[in-house]
Design a protein. Structure first.
Length: 225
């Protein structure tokens, strides 16, 4: 092998090492520039939850709750709260009756839904991708707890924005939550023949992923303490 060939090969190896070194440095710097993310937090203004009451056998009316909070933590633990006092039926007197007679908001201020999902599914989703999730949940309402299964449609609409909607309605059995006496009082006051005890619930929820607290900030806080 000529001295020229050896020299050229040596130069090529050195150039490749420098090239991969630059790539490695760029990857480190890019990773350092990306923010760390923590929990997904519900955006109430961009979310909606509705439930349907059926009266006189075939008259369906759509109602909603105007105030709710929610969070999905890094482990996939889901927690949502509905403020029962924010029930909206489009009829003020009916709102008041639901608060006092059905939900008894003086004693029970909120309903809570807890569930567990696989956080890896959310993390792996690309912007524009639509997926499906199924998770077991527990609904706490009116002092009672009942298991439920959630079938969800999930779409990542931005790097830090996730849209979650019900693929199938959650059907709440009022009797299991001790709401039957309140329903009967509402039925009598309205002069109705019947009000269904099975209540379908649907929702479209928007979650935004919040930045995690930086390590430097946490260290500074520990030092201050």
């Amino acid at each position: 092998m000529s001295e020229c060939t050896k020299y050229c090969r040596l130069q090529g190896v050195q150039m490749m090492k420098r090239y991969f070194g630059v790539l490695a440095l760029a990857a480190v710097l890019a990773g350092a520039a990306l923010p760390a993310f923590a929990d997904w937090v519900l955006e109430p203004e961009q979310s909606h939850l509705a439930f349907i009451s059926i009266k006189a056998q075939n008259i369906a009316e759509i109602h909603s709750f105007e105030q709710m909070t929610g969070r999905v933590d890094a482990d996939g633990q889901v927690t949502m709260q509905l403020m029962l006092d924010s029930v909206e039926t489009q009829i003020p007197v009916r709102n008041e009756r639901m608060r006092e007679l059905l939900f008894k908001t003086a004693d029970y201020q909120q309903a809570t839904l807890s569930a567990k999902i696989d956080p890896a599914v959310l993390d792996a989703m690309q912007v524009g991708e639509i997926g499906q999730l199924t998770g077991e949940a527990v609904l706490s309402l009116h002092g009672q707890e009942q298991p439920m299964t959630m079938h969800l449609q999930v779409a990542r609409v931005a790097p830090d924005v996730m849209l979650v909607a019900s693929r199938q309605p959650l059907v709440v059995d009022a009797e299991k939550f001790g709401l039957t006496p309140g329903i009967e009082q509402l039925r009598e006051l309205a002069g109705l023949e019947s009000i269904s005890h099975a209540v379908p619930v649907t929702f479209v929820l928007t979650f935004v992923q919040e930045p995690a607290a930086s390590t430097d900030a946490a260290d500074a806080s520990d030092t201050a303490d």
